[in-house]
Design a binder for this molecule. Sequence first.
Ligand code: NDP
Length: 247
Amino acid sequence: MSFDLSGRIALVTGASRGIGRATAIALAEGGATVVAAARGQHADETAQAITAAGGTALALPLEVTDPASVTALVDTVLERFGRIDVLVNNAGITRDQLLLRMKRDDWDAVLATNLGGAFQCTQAVIKPMMKQRAGRLIFISSVVGQTGNAGQANYAASKAGLIGFAKSLARELASRQITVNVVAPGLIDTDMTRAISAEAHASWAAQVPLGRLGAPEDVAAAVRFLASDAAGYITGQVLAVNGGMYM
Ligand code: NDP
């Protein structure tokens, strides 16, 4: 099984860096035409890398917390390609703090980006997917959405929220042959995890049975599988890509 995505139009949010960038590249390697979205011109380099490798990609600006930006993006994709087959809701941020000291702004920003952004992007694509009677919605959650994590109440709430959101949507859309699944990465080596202290990093890494941090490509491979025909009978599931951190 090659997880072929030829002819598919795939939209990846937060495709400028880390997991989103690797996912955009993996989907393009599968043959999909990829729309790489991030703020401003940030995703340009990802699209250039895909094109340079012989794939097909377009970079577009996206601010997931801005409904007008989301609508403009989806309209452009539909005008240009006529359909959307795969949406990967990957854009996300952290604003870590113990709840005792957490500012309301930090709660709101994380929920608005991670959960609100996914709502906005998903709602914008489901109409065309329903008409197509086909589609793949994939959410990037996190192991901390499954386990919780001290200092990340806002982030864990947003990531757990994505799981409930995706499972509900899986039930709403199954009759249209649209599958909805979640990938829950563990500790992946990206800008996001490089921002945490070396001490926290080491203590997290020590909890990984496979004994290493994940690479963005480890997560991208799971997304490519879920986007492919091979995963056609899988919906409403959470696929953990965490090196065994949480079983
Ligand atoms: P990075 O910080 O490396 O990249 C985050 C991406 O999200 C960037 O492309 C960024 O774009 C985009 N983004 C952030 N805010 C917005 C916004 N408001 N509108 C549009 N795009 C936005 O993160 P990772 O690659 O590590 O994480 C990707 C996803 O995976 C996130 O949802 C994260 O929570 C999740 N995850 C990560 C783990 C890890 O260990 N790294 C573990 C579990 C889950 P821009 O260039 O414009 O800033």
